[in-house]
Write a protein that binds this ligand. Sequence first.
Ligand code: 5AD
Ligand code: SF4
Length: 486
Amino acid sequence: MSELISIDVQNAGTAYHRPAPADRERVDYRALAREVDPVGRGKRYLIKTYGCQMNEHDSEIMAGMLEEMGFRPASSEEEADLILFNTCAVRENAEEKVFGEIGRLKPLKLRHPELILGLCGCMAQEESVRAFVRDKFPYIDVVFGTHNLHRLPELVVQAAESRETVFEVWDRPGRMVENLPKLRKSGVKAWVNIQYGCNKYCTYCIVPFTRGRERSRLPEDVVEEVRQLAREGFKEVTLLGQNVNDYGLDLGTVDFADLLRAVNEVPGIERIRFTTSNPWNFTDKLIDVIAGGEKICEHIHLPVQSGNNRILKRMNRGYTREAYLELVHKIRERIPGVSLTTDIIVGFPGETEEQFLDTLDLVRQVEFDNAFTFLYSPRKGTAAARMKDDTPAEEKKDRLRRLMEVQYEISRRHNERMVGQVVEVLVEGESKTNPDVLAGRTRTNKLVLLRGPKELAGRLVPVRITEAQTWLLRGEPAPVLEGVSP
Ligand code: 5AD
Ligand code: SF4
C-alpha cells in the first residue's frame, strides 16, 4: 500500500508528492523504473562536502550517479555546470561556512545562469535552512535531503527545466535503495554503509532529526558489497553507521558482531574498520570478535563527550563515567595494543569548571590516542538548545584550549613510544602535501609518511618508525616483518 511522504511543499518553488513505499522495502537502484538521462554529457560537476565520513561517502554516491548521467568532474568552479553543496548540520559554524560559500557564488551564477547550484545533506533537512534559502538564496536551483539522495538524476533534470528552486525533502526515509553507483576516491580503502540514522537523541545532537531512525542494511547486501570491493582490488573497508553497535537491532536476526565476523571472512580484504561505535551496547561478544578477527583493526573510536556524570545525564548519553572507564579497561585487557580515540564536547549548557575538570581528569586517565574536541553549538529543535547556558564564550574557549593541550601532549607521547618499532602500514598512495612521499596508516589508524617506490600503493608494508610528531609518524620500509606490532 502506498502513502504519501510529506515533503516540503509550503512556499516551495516546485515541489512533488511522491508515494512512500513501505518502510522495510528494499529496492535496487538499477530497477527503479527510469532511463538514465544523458543530460550530463559534455558537462562538468563539482561536489563540496562538509562534515562526517557518512557525508563523504554520500558524495561518492552522488558522483557515481552523475557520472552515469555523463557528467565529468570539474577542476574549478568556473568550469562547472553543476555545483552541489553536501552539507553538515552538526555545528553552527559548518552551516555558516556553507551560506558564506553560496553567497560567494552569486556573481558566478549571475554570469552563468545555466549553472545549476544544489544544496543537499543534513542542512537541507532543516525547515529553517529551507526558509533561509527561499529568502536569501533564491538562485539555488535545487534542494534535496538525506532520504532521497537516489533521486539526484531526476532532480538535476527538473532543476535544469525549472525557473524556480526545486525543493524535494522527505521528512522520513523511504525504501532502502541498494546498488547505488559509487565513485570512490581511493582505490585502496572504501567506506561501506551498514546502517542509516540514529535513535539515541543525545540532547545536543541534530542527527536523529536529519538522518531519521536507525535502519540496518541486510547483512547479505553488506557482505556482497565488500566482496565486490575485494574483486576490484580494495584492501580496506570501513563499515559506517551513526551507531554501529546497534546494527541489526531492527532486523532482529543478526548483530554487529555477527556482521563483523562475516566481513572478516571475505577473501582479499586485508583490513576492516568501523565507525562510530558508542559506549552503549558494546557487548563482550563484540569485544571478542574484534579481538579474534585477524583483519579487524585494533582501533576503536569511542565518543565519551564528557567525563562528568551530571553532564552525561543531561546529554542523555545513557552511561556513567564509571561504566565508560570499565568498558575501556575491558577493551584494553582483551585487545592488546588497541588504540582508542574519542569525541568530546566542551561548554555544554550549564557545565561548571568542576565538571569540566572531570573531563580533563578522564582524558588523563584514559590517555586516548587522539580526541576530536568541539565547542558546544546549540542546534535548533534539540533539547539542549532549550537549556540555560550562562558560561561566557571566552571561558568555554579557554576550556577547549586546556583540553587540547592535555590531549596533544598525550598523542605526542604515544607516538614517540613507537619510534624504533616496525609496524604494518597499508600504503594508500602519495601524501596529500608532497607527491614524493607515500602516506599510509597503521592498523591503529596512525598516519605514517615514508619514502619508497609508488608501486607500494595498495600494499601492506613493514615500516620502521623513525620520527614522531603529534599528528603523524615518519618511517622507512623495513626489510623484515619479524616483530611487527599493530
Ligand atoms: N555541538 C558541538 N558538538 C557536537 N557534536 C554533535 N553535536 C554537537 C553540538 N551540538 C559532536 C559530538 C559528536 C561529533 C560527531 O560531533 O562530539 O560525537
Ligand atoms: Fe548524535 Fe548521539 Fe546519535 Fe551520535 S549517538 S548521532 S551524538 S544522537
